[in-house]
Design a protein around this ligand. Structure first.
Ligand code: SAH
Ligand code: DHB
Ligand code: MG
Length: 222
């Protein structure tokens, strides 16, 4: 099946998100590859999904946790209105530097603030200066997803959209006895979601060029 998932992903991608001449997204991927960054950014169709979430929600103020080379940041930034802003948090200074280069090349760096450090240390600085956010994309270390959800609640308002990547991971998520800290993180994240009356949430399982995984989608009710 993975082969078919890839073909189908390409079929839709070619039609709905075709690569343009001087495509800033593909350019960013090339820069990331050259810099030796891991190729774990969202797929092109998933990037398009993030773009659509920004447009559907009318988000003007976005928080991203886990920048890597700024590929997903580009999709989010590209969909923002003129006065929109993104804050993106990244632990690795080299990843952040590569992201800065990609965002500058794409002409959107002026609407992005990259904060370097462990997200758990930099999130508290946002409480007084930057919140609330309209959309929050969680995509850093999976073992900290529970903490990221708690911070997301503190940095949101009624109507804020919260998206989290990689919550299925080939189905490993259903293994309660897993020793994998990423799996345990996603499981605790899901339990927290379930116990939070201020959130309404679902999961979209996904297949495609990145294999079998899934995205959590949630909205803050009050
Ligand atoms: N959102 C990106 C992919 C992010 S990959 C995209 O789709 O293009 C996950 C990133 O989170 C990596 O760059 C990693 O360095 C970063 N990361 C890992 N642990 C972190 C932490 N504790 N705080 C902040 N960033 C972290
Ligand atoms: C990994 C992280 C991601 O955000 C992703 O989309 C895929 C893989 C990882 O850490 O392996
Ligand atoms: Mg991810």
């Amino acid at each position: 099946m993975p082969k078919l998932w890839t073909k189908v992903d390409r079929y839709f991608c070619d039609r709905l998100a075709p690569i343009e001449a001087e495509d800033v997204f593909e350019a960013a991927r090339a820069v990331n590859k050259k810099a030796g960054l891991p190729g774990i950014d969202v797929s092109r169709l998933q990037g398009k999904f993030l773009e659509l979430l920004v447009r559907i929600s009318g988000a003007r103020h976005i928080l991203e946790i886990g920048t890597l080379g700024g590929y997903s940041t580009l999709w989010l930034a590209d969909a923002l209105p003129e006065n929109g802003r993104i804050v993106t948090l990244e632990f690795d200074a080299r990843h952040a530097e590569t992201a800065r280069k990609n965002l500058r090349n794409a002409g959107v760096l002026d609407r992005v603030e990259i904060i370097v450090g462990r997200a758990i240390d930099t999130l508290p600085t946002l409480e007084t200066t930057a919140g609330p956010f309209d959309l929050i994309f969680i995509d850093a270390d999976k073992q900290s997803y529970p903490e990221y959800l708690q911070w997301s609640m503190r940095l949101s308002r009624s109507g804020t959209v919260i998206v989290a990547d990689n919550v299925v991971r080939d189905g490993k998520v259903i293994d309660a006895n897993s020793r994998d800290r990423d799996v345990q993180g996603v499981r605790r994240f899901t339990e927290l979601l379930a116990a939070e009356p201020r959130l309404s949430a679902t999961v979209l399982q996904t297949v495609g060029v990145k294999g079998y995984d899934g995205l959590t989608l949630a909205v803050v009710l009050r």
